[in-house]
Design a protein. Structure first.
Length: 333
């Protein structure tokens, strides 16, 4: 149960916009639904902007009604669609976007997405003066200022379901599997999933491990009679192909590993109850902060409370939390 901040509404809007941008994440729909219904309930019009910032610069937006967000809370993906909009990195494009919003009578924006989305949101509000509140929507959970992001819990559970199945065949064939999960710059998914699946090893970008050390550990485990089968969870890292290369290198140690890349499976699917509730509470809170005259913030969570975090900090600092990884190390054989 989240405690939502008590805020005094000191202003109102004729219309606000909502968009989802960057990599989609399960429960983005729940967040959209909460933003739309909260605003409509107090007489504010809502425009759904399609394809993230791309729709903002091409004037691709539609008025939303309460029923336009019916039956979406259980659906993965985002009904507004998403995009990684390179053009929005340019100031003249952002100026054009501000003009388009003004022409449509849209006076504030809720932007749901990860790092790139929140960076765009910060620059946009700073330059245009149009109030923006961001919501952390990313399966990676690598956003500074929040312990939890929309979609992370679902992605973790999806990966756990897949790895439990891989474990069955690994045990039957006494095989080693390298299972790659998402996380370009961070190992939050890998660590959480690795602990939950009892992985023999977890490899994450925050703690680079040399291949020799992995090889020697596997060889000594085998010699000690441990590890006829096993799961190593690998965070994808910045360079594509990492896990395949690792499997090749392990051959030099006599280790034959099968590779399984879970990839975009982790981004889809029906959101967990946890993500639906988190996204709903964050959506309500985003609108309430706009009414309380806040801007340039993201709604963060510490697991119990939702709070405003300046977007400037969100994009400046890197989220790093070694606690869970240390716990994982204690559980390895
Ligand atoms: O940012 C979320 C994420 O799913 C990362 O984990 C992954 O590296 C990336 O998006 C993949 O992006 P795309 O779908 O654009 O290839």
């Amino acid at each position: 149960m989240y405690s939502l901040p008590e805020l005094e509404a000191v202003r109102t809007f004729d219309a606000i916009g909502v968009l989802t941008s960057g990599g989609d994440a399960p429960a983005m729909n729940a967040a959209i639904r909460a933003v739309v219904r909260t605003a409509l309930n107090i007489g504010i019009k809502v425009y759904g902007i399609h394809r993230g910032y791309s729709g903002l610069i091409t004037d691709d937006m539609r008025r939303m009604s309460s029923s336009s967000v019916s039956n979406i809370i259980q659906r993965g993906g985002t009904i507004l669609k998403s995009d990684r909009c390179e053009a929005f990195k340019e100031a003249p494009t952002r100026r054009r976007a501000a003009e388009i919003l003004k022409q449509n009578g849209i006076q504030a924006l809720v932007a749901i997405g990860g790092d790139g989305t929140l960076t765009g949101a910060h620059l946009f509000t700073e330059e245009s003066g149009i109030p923006v509140v961001g919501l952390p929507g990313s399966i990676d959970n690598d956003i500074y200022g929040t312990d939890d992001s929309i979609g992370f819990d679902t992605a973790v559970n999806t990966a756990i379901g897949a790895i439990d199945r891989i474990r069955d065949t690994a045990l039957s064939h006494e095989r080693l599997f390298l299972v790659e999960v998402m996380g370009r710059n961070s190992g939050f998914i890998a660590t959480q999933v690795g602990i939950a699946c009892g992985a023999e090893m977890i490899l994450i970008p925050e703690h680079p491990t040399v291949v020799e050390s992995i090889g020697y550990t596997l060889v000594s485990n085998r010699k000690a009679g441990r590890g006829s089968s096993g799961i190593i969870v690998v965070a994808e890292g910045p360079e594509p192909g990492l896990t395949g290369r690792l499997a090749d290198q392990l051959r030099f140690f006599g280790e034959e590993a099968r590779v399984c890349i879970l990839g975009h499976i982790q981004r889809g699917g029906s959101p967990t109850g946890h993500d639906r509730v988190l996204a709903s509470c964050m959506g309500i809170t985003a609108v309430n902060y706009l009414l309380a005259d806040y801007s340039d913030i993201m709604i963060g969570s510490d697991g119990r409370q939702l709070m405003p975090v300046p977007l400037q900090d969100v994009i400046k600092y890197r989220k790093h939390d070694p606690r869970l990884y240390k716990i994982a190390l204690q559980l390895h054989k």
